[in-house]
Design a protein around this ligand. Structure first.
Ligand SMILES: C[S@@+](CC[C@H](N)C(=O)[O-])C[C@H]1O[C@@H](n2cnc3c(N)ncnc32)[C@H](O)[C@@H]1O
Length: 202
């Protein structure tokens, strides 16, 4: 699917993501992870700003999304919730920042969408400060064989309708990256991962 088509698909889902933000969907996971963010924060693929409720008021967020409709919802959320945020309309996969620009990099439910997830993790390593942190809430193929099998069957339809992959092996993607994983918690039969990581800069 072309990027333009994918962007239009996410544009159409912006209202739904706003409703989910207001309902505080995934509250427990988001609160646990996002409360750890500090300093200058990069949030990639911000959607409608579902994480904004959980940032401490003293962080400065740079939020990116390639969907203009999602970005509009996220801008409204930042004003409503009162967080300091600037917004960049861009494809995360073609963006660059100077090395060591951020204290914290946040991604929630975004690795299901990238063409090359490994290269996005590589970029995080560069953009994150040496003593910074990378916080992830991602989903992927379940460690349960039956559920994983069902995810693989549904994957092509899900990709077509929603724009995301359902059966990426996030644990393998993380293991193959150069990130240092400090802690990982797995939920929903091993299909949802909360990750506290750090760049591995030798
Ligand atoms: C599944 S939603 C998750 C939104 C939000 N992070 C959350 O936790 O609710 C995926 C978001 O990533 C954005 N996205 C996907 N691929 C992207 C890319 N390559 N560059 C920028 N944004 C992207 C979509 O527009 C959408 O807002």
């Amino acid at each position: 699917m072309s990027k333009e088509k994918l962007i239009r698909k996410f544009d159409k889902q912006a209202r739904l993501y706003e409703v989910r933000r207001k309902k505080k969907s995934e509250r427990v996971w988001r609160e646990k992870l996002i409360s750890c963010a500090k300093g200058r924060v990069l949030e990639v693929s911000v959607g409608a700003g579902a994480n904004f409720h959980y940032y401490s008021k003293d962080v400065q967020v740079t939020a990116i999304d390639f969907s203009p409709e999602m970005l509009n919802k996220a801008k409204q959320a930042a004003v409503e919730i009162g967080i300091q945020a600037e917004f960049i309309h861009s494809d995360v996969e073609s963006l660059s920042f100077p090395d060591e620009s951020f204290d914290t990099i946040v991604s929630t439910l975004s690795f299901c969408g990238y063409e090359d997830p490994q290269s996005v993790l590589g970029a995080f390593q560069k953009w994150c400060k040496r003593d910074g942190q990378i916080l992830l809430l991602e989903h992927g193929i379940s460690s349960n064989r039956i559920i994983g099998g069902l995810q693989t069957i549904v994957d092509p339809l899900f990709k077509k309708v929603v724009g995301c992959r359902l059966n990426r092996d996030m644990v393998q993607i993380l293991q193959q990256s150069n990130l240092h994983i400090n802690k990982m918690e797995n939920y929903m039969f091993g299909a949802v991962h909360l990750v506290w990581a750090a760049p591995n800069k030798n």
